[in-house]
Write a protein that binds this ligand. Structure first.
Ligand SMILES: Nc1ncnc2c1ncn2[C@@H]1O[C@H](COP(=O)(O)OP(=O)(O)OP(=O)(O)O)[C@@H](O)[C@H]1O
Length: 902
């Protein structure tokens, strides 16, 4: 039951108006939860720890005098008068020390003080500064091993009267000697001490890490001089210790650990990070001079020194227990913690900076040259061992009995990798001088705006180098963001882009163009393991990221792509790169292109693959559409195709083309009912602005429809435009194209129109691009594929056996062109009347959707045909949702009827 503390007013109120003082009731649980209670208990525990430590220390000198008295009187020593002891804490100190040291664990008893210290500090601060669990583990192990070790030493070597190992230690040691002899005990103890030291301190014995740490130490030692010069007391003290002891940094690390009663890590951690980027960086670091160190923010050096990891601090911060510095917030928000955040360069000042004042004052005076710039290496893109073209997916073994769509063109050979060229060197080359110069300029520029930094690193990409900086503690990111334009202006180079902060990395990025740019060859991307071995439906190799990672994505999941950029900035090359990637991965039965090229010359190279990969309107000569008027018809035909595909999917009970095709391949869908293997259709429009100017809404509406709905049925759109103005890229279009690419544009407004963000105006052209995909904007260098290469690939495909004609899109007849009423008149029969009649008679199903699907017609036209068939007496009257009756039973009967129609 709750205990109640009652506080009542001492005096009776003089008048009625005076309010009675409320009775304050404090329950035990409230009392226990009270912060002050923790502080009181914490302080008491700290005092006990202090008491034990002093008593033990005093016992070392007074044990001879006090021992007899404690032994003779026992517990009565507290009540006996005239007993004088020498322990600094009197009778209590002498009694406790005797029992814990003499009867207990000897010198190892000192470890017990640490537990009180840990508990006391945690309770006093209200935070989990030290781990109690870990402390208890170490203390128990230490008490056992050390007490036995000391007792053994004393019995074998020292032979003093002092209870080095205490009663417990001696007992255990005697047992051990009895069982395994002195030598055995010695070996066991040696092993145990070794285990304990490794477990507790984890010393690094490897030569390379020793070398690294020595290098670190040297760097910090240099700064130490400066630190001292600035009267930096604590930093000086710490470093002085290093100097005085003239130890290696290895010793220092261990020493720091020794200072840490909880056995936690030192503020500067050595980190290894698995994973591609990290791994490469680490490799780079191992090759280079610097070690990979994490600099803990200075203001939290106390906590850091006591061993709190960044993740622990982040957790504490979320619980409102501990404030995080800017850098920690950045690192924590990046979800990287100490493992993920690998600073590539650091001022030596901040490697071990014990308090805020040092680093701040130091940072203010830091020259750009003081900052070491580390360069992260390229991401290794493993070239695939598969030689493209030799073994094509067409040659894949299929489960017996399954339908194989590629069998139609089973001899088809995929283009080979040697049709693509390597344009220059594939590896980004970096000029150290250029890097150094840029680094200095960045630091000086930022300094001019009073922005000081902690670290700077560089990632050299094909066209630009990304300098990643970590600002000094206290610098607001918003300040850097606000100064974006000014900083870019001060750096005075074309193509500077500032990303503050880089999402997911916890740093601020400044992209500076390289003087010598590297061309990203399509060949490298196609040969990459990522391209060869992905399971994407429509893999497209777009280019390379700044860290040289290949950017290969699935167009099917994008699901459409909008490309914009001023003239001559790399759009056409970009479109070619996309088409070529698809040609390298897809069989003609799996993919069809609808190419719209108002400029007439850009996509004409693909005409040779008409019988393999192109789709066209029935009756058209050219598969590549250059006439803007025909585009409207084509887009509407695509809409019909989309509707027809949805009907098929509905009938098959599938949600998307993938499920549908899988079912079809498993022969679960009947081709007699109009089912067929559906190839992906990619509509490419090379100059969208031109279309909108000439056809306006007529084009916009079907495109919006397709963009909204066509994804599930395997129709995807790639639209490129020179003019990224709002009247071209309208809200409707934008809303349906979540993936957008911007090559260099002329203004920030244009950039915003495409990406909803600035930056594209800062690009440097020639394939330098920004892609907005999955809510992230990434800078890429577009893959380069030259026209002769595309020519060669198309010629190679075109020379192979293809389909008799291009893939036919459903016919679309503009309602306006049909005229009014006449269409249902038998005198004015539809040109497809006879075909429709044969289809109905052969299938004996009077269904409009059958005509629609099998003859690839729109609903209206199929409906009109059905009306005409009814008029001619081929089918019966409309029966609502049921199919009409077919009145003509054989082809011969039908022929007679047709012959008799005037
Ligand atoms: N990814 C790339 N890598 C290297 N150079 C490129 C790249 N893309 C384009 N270029 C260079 O830029 C030139 C123009 O490119 P492209 O023809 O693709 O521009 P565009 O935007 O399509 O121009 P337009 O709108 O006038 O057709 C190319 O001839 C080539 O020299």
């Amino acid at each position: 039951m709750a205990n109640k503390l009652k506080t009542t007013s001492k005096q009776k109120p003089a008048t009625q108006q005076l309010k009675e003082e409320p009775e304050v009731q404090v329950s035990v649980s409230e009392f226990v939860k009270d912060e002050r209670t923790y502080k009181i208990v914490g302080a008491t525990l700290l005092l006990i720890g202090f008491f034990l430590f002093i008593s033990f220390a005093s016992y070392l000198f007074s044990w001879k005098e006090d021992q007899d008295k404690v032994v003779n009187f026992g517990i009565k020593i507290f009540s006996t008068e005239d007993v004088k002891v020498s322990n600094l804490f009197g009778v209590l100190g002498a009694y406790t020390s005797h029992n814990l040291i003499y009867n207990g664990f000897g010198l190892a008893s000192f470890l017990l003080c640490t537990t009180f210290f840990v508990l006391g500090v945690n309770l006093m601060s209200g935070k989990k500064i030290f781990s109690l669990k870990r402390n208890i583990k170490y203390v128990i192990a230490g008490l056992l091993i050390l007490s036995v070790a000391f007792a053994f030493l004393n019995s074998q070597l020292l032979h003093t009267g002092f209870a080095w190992g205490g009663g417990a230690g001696e007992l255990l040691s005697q047992w051990l000697i009895k069982w395994i002899g002195s030598l055995g005990t010695f070996c066991i103890l040696l092993l145990a001490v070794l285990f304990y030291v490794i477990w507790r301190f984890d010393p690094a014995f490897s030569l390379s890490s020793l070398r690294r740490r020595v290098a670190d130490f040297k760097a910090t030692e240099n700064d130490f001089e400066d630190g001292q010069a600035q009267g930096d007391e604590s930093g000086g003290r710490r470093r002085k210790k290093r100097k005085n002891e003239d130890q290696t940094s290895e010793d220092d690390y261990i020493h720091d650990n020794e200072l840490d009663p909880d056995g936690a890590q030192e503020a500067a951690l050595l980190i290894e990070k698995p994973g591609m980027n990290g791994g490469n960086r680490l490799k780079n670091n191992a090759k280079g001079s610097g070690s990979v160190t994490v600099t803990m923010p200075d203001q939290d050096a106390a906590a850091d020194g006591l061993g709190l990891s960044l993740s622990e601090k982040a957790a504490a911060a979320t619980q409102g227990e501990m404030p995080l510095s800017v850098n920690e917030q950045l690192a924590a928000s990046a979800g990287q913690g100490e493992e993920g955040m690998i600073p590539l360069a650091t001022t030596s000042t901040t490697v071990v900076s014990p308090n805020n004042s040092i680093s701040k004052s130091k940072m203010k005076e830091a020259n750009p040259e003081d900052f070491k710039l580390e360069i992260s290496e390229d991401v290794k893109e493993v070239p695939s061992e598969i030689i493209v073209g030799a073994d094509s997916p067409a040659a894949k073994v299929v489960a017996q009995g399954d339908y194989e769509p590629t069998l139609d063109l089973s001899q088809y050979k995929y283009p080979t990798i040697d049709m693509l060229e390597m344009h220059g060197t594939e590896k980004s080359v970096h000029d150290p001088e250029e890097l150094e110069q840029n680094k200095n300029q960045i630091i000086t520029t930022l300094k001019n705006y009073d922005i000081h930094i902690q670290r700077i690193s560089a990632t050299v990409g094909p066209t630009v180098t990304l300098y990643e900086i970590v600002p000094a503690p206290g610098v607001r990111i918003s300040r850097i963001k606000n100064l974006e334009d000014d900083i870019a202006l001060s750096l005075a180079a074309l193509g500077i882009r500032i990303i503050a902060p880089i999402p997911g990395r916890g740093t601020i990025g400044i992209e500076v163009p390289n003087i010598n740019k590297t061309i990203v060859s399509m060949r490298g991307l196609i040969a990459s393991e990522k391209f060869q071995n992905n399971k994407f439906s429509l893999p497209i190799a777009i280019g390379k990221k700044i860290n040289n990672e290949n950017f290969i994505v699935d167009l099917a999941s994008m699901p459409h792509l909008l490309m914009a950029g001023a003239t001559g900035q790399g759009k056409s090359v970009g479109v070619n790169a996309l088409l070529v990637s698809l040609l390298y991965k897809k069989h003609p039965s799996q993919l069809k292109f609808v190419l719209v090229d108002p400029k007439k010359v850009e996509l004409s190279i693909y005409r040779t693959i008409e019988h393999h990969f192109l789709a066209k309107l029935p009756g058209e000569e050219e598969a590549i559409i250059t006439d803007t008027k025909k585009v409207v018809t084509t887009l509407n035909a695509l809409c019909i195709e989309m509707d027809n595909r949805y009907d098929l999917l509905k009938e098959a009970g599938c949600r998307n083309i993938k499920e549908y095709n899988e079912k079809f391949v498993k022969r679960k869908l009947n081709p007699q009912k109009g089912h067929q293997f559906l190839p992906f259709i990619v509509l490419v429009i090379d100059e969208f602005a031109d279309l909108i100017m000439t056809a306006g809404k007529e084009v916009e509406m079907p495109i919006a429809r397709l963009a909204q709905l066509a994804r599930a049925v395997g129709i995807h759109l790639i639209i490129a435009t020179q003019r990224p103005s709002v009247n071209i890229i309208t809200g409707t279009i934008k809303a349906n194209f979540p993936a957008r690419i911007a090559f260099k544009v002329s203004s920030k407004i244009d950039s915003r129109t495409i990406l909803d963000a600035g930056g594209a105006e800062q690009l440097i052209g020639k394939g330098d691009m920004l892609i907005s995909y999955n809510g992230e904007i990434t800078r890429l260098q577009c893959a380069f594929v030259d026209t002769p290469e595309v020519d060669q690939i198309c010629d190679y495909i075109g020379a192979q056996q293809g389909y008799p004609e291009a893939f036919l899109l459903p016919e679309y007849i503009d309602e306006k062109e049909l005229g009014s009423g006449g269409s249902s008149d038998l005198q004015d029969r539809d040109p497809l009347f006879e075909d429709a009649a044969k289809l109905i008679v052969q299938n004996q199903v009077g269904s409009t959707s059958l005509i629609q699907r099998r003859m690839k017609l729109g609903y209206n036209r199929a409906g009109r045909l059905m009306d005409q068939l009814e008029m001619a007496g081929v089918v019966g009257a409309n029966q609502g949702s049921k199919a009409r009756d077919v009145l003509i039973k054989t082809d011969a009967e039908l022929q007679v009827l047709l012959d008799n129609i005037p």
